[in-house]
Write a protein that binds this ligand. Structure first.
Ligand SMILES: [Zn+2]
Ligand SMILES: [Zn+2]
Length: 260
């Protein structure tokens, strides 16, 4: 199993997960040509994508999905709430599979395991991707951790984890008060400290210790975070070198990573 990112952050997201001959794209916040260009960096073409999974209706996640899916005939998997909030009419002529955020969905060689998250969207879900042996957990766009989230992520072999902001940078920065409240609120985005706390909680769940092959900080704010700060918090929890922690960037995402 392997995974890579097309880009990560408030200007657009896209993550590729491959197991066997199945390749899924999680979210697509980029335009048609830009998506193809970003796939090309990973030696992929649009025709190589077997399905698009959508987390929620915010533009940085769903903005590029309907056109890309229609143009290349790719089926889309999303919750009813996400479809309605994104605009159901946008998905005309697209093959849609509605998913329930508590029910696993087999998609060829990958089992998709959704779980709900607290975020200011209609029916947001995040996912664990499993090939029957190994699994990748993805958690971005959540304002808080929950015991259910931690349970779902407790036995993953790799984790892509939102480190949206440093709380001091956000609160001392230039954003308007209302935006600061939204981002830091329970339905907003994870800050470095909360992300580290979540990672720490995972390592304490029995059976989870020491299995993580990759930990990648994602959805970093350009204004209110730095890769150094995001890495430092997560590395402190794991007791590893800061550089072992990956960072997904807005322009480059990150290159392929293997889960063995
Ligand atoms: Zn987002
Ligand atoms: Zn969002």
């Amino acid at each position: 199993m392997r995974f890579a990112s097309l880009g990560s952050g408030s200007e657009g997201n896209g993550l590729i997960v491959q197991a066997g001959s199945t390749r899924l794209l999680l979210d697509c916040g980029f335009g048609l040509a830009d998506t193809a260009r970003r796939l090309g960096r990973l030696d992929l073409a649009p025709e190589d994508i077997d399905g698009i999974v959508v987390t929620h209706e915010h533009d940085d996640h769903v903005g590029g999905v309907p056109r890309f899916a229609r143009k290349h005939g790719i089926p889309v998997y999303l919750t009813y709430g996400t479809m309605v909030a994104a605009g159901a009419g946008k998905f005309d002529d697209v093959a849609i599979t509605l998913i329930d955020s508590h029910t696993p969905v087999p998609i060829a060689d990958i089992e998709l395991r959704p779980f709900p998250v607290p975020h200011d969207a209609r029916e947001p879900a995040q996912f664990v991707f499993c090939d029957g042996q190994r699994s990748l957990g993805v958690l971005t766009d959540t304002g808080a951790s929950t015991s259910h989230i931690e349970q779902m992520l407790s036995d993953v072999d790799a984790l892509v984890l939102e480190c949206n902001h440093d709380i001091d940078m956000l609160m001392n920065g230039a954003y308007p008060y209302a935006l600061k409240q939204r981002i830091s609120g329970r339905l907003g985005h994870l800050d470095n400290g909360t992300a580290s706390g979540l990672l720490g909680a995972l390592t304490k769940i029995p059976g989870a210790t020491g299995r993580m092959q990759h930990v990648i900080a994602a959805h970093l704010s350009k204004q209110n975070n730095t890769p150094v700060l995001a890495r430092r918090g997560l590395a402190a929890v794991l007791g590893c070198d800061d550089q072992w922690i990956g960072v997904a960037t807005q322009e480059d995402g990150f290159a392929w990573r293997e889960i063995t």
